[in-house]
Structure formats: structure tokens, C-alpha cells
Design a protein around this ligand. Sequence first.
Ligand code: PDD
Length: 301
Amino acid sequence: MPRYAYVNGRYLPHAQAAVHIEDRGYQFADGVYEVVPVFKGALVDEGPHLDRLERSLRELRIDMPVARATLKLISRELMRRNDLTQGMLYLQVTRGVAPRDHKFPAQATPALVMTTRQTKPHSEALLNQGIKVIAVPDIRWERCDIKSISLLPNVLAKQQATEAGAYEAWQIDGEGYVTEGSSTNAWIVSAEGKVVTRDASHAILSGITRLSLLKLIREAGFEVEERAFTLEEAKTAREAFLTSSSSFVLPIVAIDETPVGNGHPGILSGKLRARYLDYMAALGADPGGGTGAGAGIEGAA
Ligand code: PDD
């Protein structure tokens, strides 16, 4: 259990941290969030995560709650206080507190909450076994590129997956193409051996893990295509896997009970997971990319 959460300028004992009942995040899901992985004590891809946070805020016309440099200092201080070495940093920004009214309030100060969570590495058993996904219709809005805290369709999809004994739900658009998982990006290795993931558009969240992995795949000289693929193509693909800040790269062995490939985690998926873990570990080894000093900034925002 983390000891502290950060709420609007204060580091509070986690159990007592709270926001106002008229916070627009609570009433309208009027806000955005980020999940930044922490690996070997270092934030992974902090820059791209903060870029995406700023973009999501811009799209919704919410101001940054504090300067980016301050956000970085608070992150490090919270990680230090919570002894966070492996897990995730969660940041949430809402439009703030105002009497309930749909239109933007004339005056509201964006609210900032940050928490951390320590997680264990995925078990060898899970990695050796691989995971299952199910397909569900994509019933979300048309701006899935914004990392909004409005996640009801994702919540329902993940619950459906869980009840079906699957790890994730792949959402399928009106034309039969896979958009993405409820909280992960979707990938296949096509029958021709190309790594395929949907192109970034308003239909998916442009995952930071997806971006870093695309770079690693290209550097390694594997062929990669950013394009939409159908559920049918996925079911006949050689391999499938998913990516996210909390799952990294996880091999998929069945879609709707149809085995993918030979029904075992794919070789390329395994290689890509290993490369991604090496990439994260290298960030942790680099003091420039790691957790810096952040003491003495209590009440910094
Ligand atoms: N989910 N697609 C959706 C809908 C997501 O919610 C996420 C992240 C991703 C992967 O993005 P990234 O690689 O930047 O984590 C794709 C986070 C982890 C969550 O909601 O917990």
C-alpha cells in the first residue's frame, strides 16, 4: 500500500487522500490521465507520457495544472516517499471543482492527483502460457486518441473478458477491424511474417509502449506495418500480442477460443518482450533517465 498520494499541492496519507464531491472528474468524467511505468526505479518514457498528457489536455481545453518541470519534481518526490521501484505512477487532471453544470465553468482550477502502485513482475507461468483475448464490439466515442478518464465501455469490455476467463477484450469496429484492447494496443504477426498494429488515428489511443516498441522493431530490422487488421486476419495470424504500460508485451495464444498459431506464445512476441524489457532496464541504469532528487518540494503546486 503506498503511503502517500499527491492531491492538489499536498502529499497526503493515501487512505485520507480525497477530492471534492463536485470535482468535474467525479461528476462528468471531465478529465484525463496517464499511467507511467516505473522499472528498476526509473520512469519509463516520461517525456512521451507528458507530451501525451499535454495533448489530451489541449484537446479538451483544460490547462496544465502545474508546469511540466513541477510535475516531474512531484512525480519523483512521490516515488521517493513511496519507495517505488517497480510499478506505475498514475496522474489525473480534471477541469476542477465547480457547481454541476455541463458547460465549462467560468472559473475553475484544474485538479491534479497522483498516486503510485508497486507491482510484481508477470509470473513465468503467465508468460509461458500466454493469454487469451475475446472480441467485443467497439462502442466507444470517436476520440479514443484522448486519454480521457471516461472509460465505461473499456470497463464493461474488461469485465466481459474477465468473466470469459480472458485477460483482455479486443474491440472491433463497425467494419470488422480490431481497434485496440480495453486498456492495451493490439498486434499480430501476419501470415507473411510482418508485425502489424493499427495506425494511430482518432480510433485508438496512441500507446507509448506501442511507439517505443515500433522503434525497437524497426531498429531490429523486422518488417512492420501500421494498418488496420480484421478479427479474421488476427485469428489466422502467426502470432498475436498486446502492449501497454502495465503489461509491457504479452503473448496472446487464443482469440475467442481460436488458437493463434500453434496455440503457444509466439517466438517473435517473446523476442519483442525481451527487447522491450532490455529497453526499460537500460533507462533504469541511466542516472539521467532515472529518479532524481525531489526533496523539499512539499506543497510545490
Ligand atoms: N492503458 N489503449 C488503451 C485504451 C489504453 O487505455 C492504454 C493504456 C493503451 C496502451 O497505452 P500505453 O502503452 O501508453 O500504456 C492502449 C493504461 C495502462 C490504463 O488505463 O491503465
